[in-house]
Design a protein. Structure first.
Length: 311
């Protein structure tokens, strides 16, 4: 979606609840028999695999080019995308399965879960779902994934010290791919996505995550690339945020929590993260919930963002 938005392409978005196995229902399998997401329909064309879709969007539609003109820079973009897809991506996925997916579905009816797993078309995805639901990822597998992610962040740091964006001096598909891959880092591995003064070794990667998301959501022109990418609205929000204290209360990390966190991250607004047990109603018992001077945003059983003026 970031590639489409960056190019100003109008599109219809259809949300699939992956934890409800929507991607393995007959309606979606009729579009993509492999049951993987995303899939994009353009006329009669059915396009799958996110990296390939991004290149298609960049070449098919008018708008700012997301592949550099320089052949070496294009090579660098593709090198990073291949590394992310084949080497880093599986490690991010394993950690996500372990931290987010497994706990979110493991309490459901075992018979329904097994039936849902059996409907998954790809054998390797059935294995991954079983490992996530039943906690079968070995310590060795998880350690290797954590090692790869830490090494990948170090590699990002090394490259981002050389230029404003990951693969060239302009915002590119490599930056979109990097954000898509690592947007959940602040919740899954906060030590690798913190840019405080005492953790400067990961500051560049943290700023790059913010900038990539910010560019994709708000950027829409050739003058919006590289170091010149500064939106006055975001700057005004940041100035106001310096006088506010924010706390984000969240349960198991999910779409709403990640959306709020990504927005705060993109706006460079600092917030304290506090994890609570939503199932027990702990959210409704928070002291702040009874204080009228506190501004809160509450949606169903989703996250609670508490905003207070600094004293």
């Amino acid at each position: 979606m970031l590639a489409l938005m960056e190019n100003g392409v109008a599109f219809n978005s259809h949300y699939l609840d992956l934890l409800n196995f929507d991607q393995h229902q007959p309606d979606y399998l009729a579009i993509n028999p492999q049951g993987t997401i995303p899939a994009m329909l353009h006329g009669e064309r059915v396009l799958t695999e996110s990296t390939a879709i991004m290149e298609y969007v960049d070449e098919e539609f008018p708008g700012p080019r997301l592949m550099p003109e320089d052949p070496r820079d294009r090579w660098r973009v593709r090198w990073w995308m291949k590394l992310m897809d084949q080497w880093l991506g599986p490690s991010f996925s394993m950690i996500g399965w372990k931290v987010f997916v497994g706990p979110a579905v493991s309490s459901r009816d075992p018979g329904e879960l097994e039936a849902a797993i059996e409907r998954i078309p790809l054998p390797e995805r059935r294995v991954a779902w079983r490992k996530a639901i039943y906690g079968q990822f070995s310590e060795e597998e998880l350690r290797e994934s954590q090692r790869r992610v830490a090494l990948g962040i170090a590699m990002l740091e090394q490259e981002l010290a050389k230029r404003p964006w990951l693969a060239s001096n302009q915002y590119s598909l490599a930056d979109i791919n990097g954000f898509n891959l690592a947007y959940a880092l602040p919740l899954s591995q906060p030590a690798l996505s913190n840019d405080r003064a005492d953790t400067q070794h990961i500051a560049l990667a943290a700023r790059h995550l913010r900038a990539s998301r910010h560019q994709g959501m708000l950027g829409h022109g050739s003058d919006q690339h590289g170091e010149a990418r500064h939106d006055p609205r975001a700057a005004a929000h940041r100035r106001g945020a310096r006088h506010m204290s924010m706390t984000l209360y969240h349960g198991e990390p999910n779409g709403p929590s990640l959306a709020v966190l990504a927005t705060l991250f993109a706006k460079e607004v600092r917030a304290e993260l506090v994890r609570i047990d939503l199932g027990s109603g702990q959210r409704h018992g928070l002291p702040c919930a009874q204080e009228p001077r506190v501004a809160m945003s509450v949606e169903g059983e989703g996250p609670v963002l508490v905003v207070e003026a600094k004293r």
